[in-house]
Design a protein around this ligand. Structure first.
Ligand SMILES: Cc1cc2nc3c(=O)[nH]c(=O)nc-3n(C[C@H](O)[C@H](O)[C@H](O)COP(=O)(O)OP(=O)(O)OC[C@H]3O[C@@H](n4cnc5c(N)ncnc54)[C@H](O)[C@@H]3O)c2cc1C
Length: 519
């Protein structure tokens, strides 16, 4: 097998991975390993913006309080403090690197999103914020000739020696060749796992690879039951679940049932601006009540010019399906959006295994608790991408780069990828999505466990097969954790146990065992 050695390895080229790679580049050679094309990520498609306490009416204390409230009491307070306090500096630095956020009369323009107490969200090109940040980081990273951009390179598993992560086994997606990459430290920035579900806003690359790899290596995972479903994704025959940004409701959009009536205030006093998990469940309950599979988002009462200026991408995408959002109600329903759980880290991105770090959506730093506050994740990617790289540099000063031989098991390719993916997604959507219960979760555990048997003692020979394994393992972890949390909290709702769990505990997995434990 080929071997390659670098000072540092970063997995993933979304906001978190790119930011980490830039930080590392001043300290050695960096392998930026990414599946698909560089920059293809959830980050690229982020619309609404970045929450950051930079406006005159704002304060980091307000941002801190809003984040804790949305997290339903399960955020790690120190992590939230770090996020909101360092956020302004990291974003100002991003602007100095060339990020162009929208302005009004020469100053940054701020908008409001659900559960924010002030206008705090900066945005770019109206509703293409993620693209602008990824563009900036990609261009800035070009300044460093020692960042080796290895795209179409798929990380399969970590290499471990004496309990320490010393590298990554990866696959060249085009040639099918395996290579062992070794480094002083590995930073995981592989994003979330939205492709677990039939309806998702996430791109194809969001398959939970990092968390599943970390699980197999024995690292600790946390909060795997907490997944966020976005309330408003396009629900139109033949169309993907295209996201209709939260900021539309922040700027006055309302939700209506199939009789044209507003309904959100029947479920929560903040109506359409209640936290995301609440609005998603309100829609879910309203759809059940009215026996429909969607509700409507209505912006027809808003100024047309303002809509075109603020939401050009949304306007044009909907128009492509024959929906003129300035005149027509938009059919919407909830879709899988963001994974709060992930690889447990400390405030500097350190995972429980030496040599392993995680940041962005793949990590569980504790900033989101049981439910993420809208627009906090791009900020998290930038702040903790930078912090985890700084920790990796500091920790690995005296670390040697390994060079061992890595063996793979018998290779295995899934014969019918599309059919297998569909069946995993259907299991997850039916049993482990917006509303869960014991019977459904047990069915999910049983069906996913049966599916995973084919991978025993075998190494996936291609990216698609490996993604199926990672999805099924991530789904199984989510179902086990959701069964273990016997009640409701934040993004986790049990219709057989709807009462809120008031004790503040978290659920963990470790030692590569599907056996949840509590702390
Ligand atoms: C449609 C949409 C809109 C959103 N809007 C907002 C918003 O307005 N504001 C906000 O704060 N958040 C928003 N989010 C959430 C936010 O975009 C993500 O949480 C965040 O960008 C995650 O960044 P990341 O760098 O951790 O992961 P990602 O951006 O998902 O990047 C992961 C990277 O890892 C790579 N990768 C994955 N597995 C492997 C592997 N095995 N080997 C090699 N590479 C791998 C991927 O190809 C990708 O490059 C939105 C998300 C979506 C999907």
């Amino acid at each position: 097998m080929n071997k390659k050695r670098f000072d540092y390895i970063v997995l993933g080229s979304g906001v978190a991975g790119l930011r980490a790679a830039i930080e590392l580049a001043g300290h050695g050679d960096v392998a930026l390993i990414t599946k698909c094309v560089l920059g293809e990520s959830s980050s690229e498609y982020a619309q609404g913006g970045v929450a950051v306490a930079l406006s005159e009416e704002d304060d980091i204390v307000l941002h801190y309080e809003d984040t804790l409230k949305a997290g339903d009491g399960l955020c790690v307070k120190e992590a939230v403090k770090t996020l909101v306090a360092e956020g302004p500096e990291y974003i100002t630095q991003l602007i100095s690197w060339g990020a162009k956020f929208d302005t009004k009369e020469g100053a940054l323009s701020f908008t409001r999103e659900a559960a924010h107490s002030v206008n705090r969200i900066i945005h770019a090109h109206g509703d293409a914020t993620g693209h602008e940040i990824v563009r900036t980081l990609k261009e800035y990273s070009l300044k460093f000739i020692n960042i080796y951009r290895l795209d179409y390179t798929y990380a399969i598993d970590f290499i471990k020696e004496d309990g320490r992560v010393t590298g990554v086994l990866a696959l060249d997606e085009k040639s099918g060749e395996f290579t062992s990459f070794f480094s002083k430290a590995v930073i995981v920035a592989t994003g979330g796992a939205g492709r677990l579900f039939t309806r998702t806003t996430n791109p194809d690359v969001s398959t939970g690879d990092g968390a599943a790899m970390a699980f197999r290596a024995g690292a600790e995972l946390e909060d795997m039951e907490f997944f966020q479903f976005h309330p408003t994704a396009l629900h139109f025959p033949g169309a993907p679940a295209f996201l209709l940004s939260e900021s539309m409701r922040g700027e006055g959009a309302v939700l209506r049932n199939n009789a044209g009536e507003r309904f959100c205030f029947s479920y929560h006093e903040d109506g359409e601006l209640a936290p995301r998990d609440v609005v998603s469940r309100s829609i879910f309950f309203e759809m059940n009540k009215t026996k429909t599979n969607h509700v409507y988002l209505d912006v027809t009462h808003l100024d047309k010019e303002h809509i075109l200026l603020r939401f050009p991408k949304i306007y044009n995408t909907c128009l492509g399906y024959g929906i003129d959002i300035t005149q027509d109600y938009i059919p919407v329903s909830p879709a899988a959006h963001y994974y709060m759980g992930g690889i447990k880290t400390d405030l500097d991105g350190r995972a429980s295994l030496k040599g392993l770090y995680a940041c962005g959506e793949a990590a569980c730093t504790g900033v989101h608790g049981a439910n993420r506050l809208a627009s906090n994740s791009l900020l998290e990617g930038v702040v903790f991408g930078g912090r985890s790289a700084k920790a990796a540099i500091k920790d690995s000063e005296n670390t040697d780069i390994s060079d061992t031989e890595v063996q793979t098991a018998e290779k295995f390719a899934e014969a019918d990828y599309a059919e297998s993916l569909k069946s995993i997604q259907e299991i997850m959507w039916k049993y482990v999505s917006v509303s869960r219960n014991e019977t459904g979760l047990k069915a999910a555990v049983s069906e996913l466990s049966a599916f995973l048997k084919r991978f025993e003692d075998r190494t996936p020979s291609d990216r698609k097969t490996a993604e199926l394994k990672n999805l099924a393992q991530s789904g199984l972890l989510m179902a086990h954790a959701a069964l273990a949390r016997e009640g409701s909290r934040g993004g986790h709702y049990r219709d057989d146990k709807p009462e809120k769990i008031t004790e503040d505990y978290h659920i963990y997995f470790s030692n590569a065992e599907f056996n949840p434990h509590f702390r």
